[in-house]
Design a protein around this ligand. Structure first.
Ligand code: CP
Length: 317
């Protein structure tokens, strides 16, 4: 595997989940695979889980790890070609990327949507420049439009906890005070569709996601109706995608917060969220602290999804 940004890059999904269970049961078995290989993790944005779990996964495989926080200690990077660089950015990404490629064997990139230009965000300008100019395998650690390491971990978690072959999985929008990207819901939709779940997306009008990710999912604007009979409730906020509202907060309606009353509509569903989560905006204290909350096992599986992806990349070097 040279690149990882989509469910299509992982190949057969059943085989990938099976491999994840295998890796989880013997995570140090492959520790020679990464000997003398270096992972460079590049963060344009903050992280707790992705940073720790991916580094841990690389260490399980025997890799060396370098972490670069672009905004702390590195030269400020210009990302646009054609700019007269007479401002506060002394280095261009087009030199920085191949230089970074000199010092490592694999690169992970975190670079969120900027909400300045929808086309630039959805063309994944930053990630694709790393793919084009680094000369190294590159994987997404949440980019402008996708978060596949998270969705793979989510899928592993659902497969671990499901009690029926084809669970009803509901992705629900929930309120948040700030404009968040669509990366997590996009990828969750893409991976849930690929898994063949009975998959429903619910959100207020105006929060429609990109059709390329929604795929065959059912969209239900009535959250209560969507939650009926759900086996898994995946809550997430995202900002508007459609039209001129791209990147805007259209609603902070707290009647969409996942509460005990909302969970009572489900089939004793498990609650999921990628974290970090704003309590009592997205989900009530009671729900996230309940026995049905999977947020910690879900976060733990980030190590496993990262290890499978890095293992596949190392096997292809
Ligand atoms: N879920 C997730 O990616 O968490 P971080 O932003 O902390 O990495």
């Amino acid at each position: 595997m040279r690149y990882f940004k989509s469910v299509n890059d992982i190949g057969d999904l059943n085989a990938a989940v099976k491999e994840a269970f295998d890796v989880k049961s013997r995570r140090f078995y492959f520790k020679n695979l990464g000997e003398n290989k270096t992972l460079l993790m590049i963060f344009f944005n903050s992280s707790l889980r992705t940073r720790l779990s991916t580094q841990k996964a690389a260490m399980n495989l025997g890799m060396n790890v370098i972490v670069l926080d672009v905004n702390q200690g590195a030269w400020k990077l210009e990302t646009e070609r054609g700019v007269v660089m007479d401002g506060d950015k002394p280095e261009h990404l087009l030199e920085a990327i191949p230089v970074m490629g000199c010092y490592c064997d694999v690169i992970g990139v975190r670079s969120f949507a900027r909400f300045e230009n929808k086309t630039d965000d959805y063309e994944e300008k930053i990630l694709n420049q790393f793919i084009k100019y680094s000369g190294r395998p590159v994987f997404a650690m949440e980019t402008a439009t996708v978060h596949p390491l998270q969705s793979f971990a989510d899928l592993i978690t659902i497969e671990e906890y499901k009690t029926v072959q084809r669970p009803k999985v509901v992705l629900t929008w929930a309120p948040h005070p700030k404009a968040l990207p669509q990366a997590v819901p996009n990828s969750f939709a893409e991976w849930s569709n690929a898994a063949g779940y009975d998959f429903v997306i619910t959100h207020p009008h105006g929060y429609e996601l990109d059709e390329r990710f929604v795929g065959a999912a059912r969209v239900e604007y009535d959250q209560n109706k969507a939650l009926e009979g759900a086996d898994f409730v995946y809550a997430k906020n995202w900002s508007a995608y459609v039209g001129d509202n791209y990147g805007k907060v259209l609603s902070t309606d707290r009647s969409w917060t996942i509460t005990t009353e909302k969970m009572a509509l489900t089939n004793n569903a498990s609650f999921m969220h990628c974290l970090p989560v704003r309590r009592n905006m997205i989900v009530s204290d009671e729900v996230i602290e309940s026995e049905r909350s999977l947020v910690i096992p879900e976060a733990a599986n980030r190590e496993i999804s990262a290890q499978v992806v890095l293992k596949r990349i190392l096997e292809s070097l």
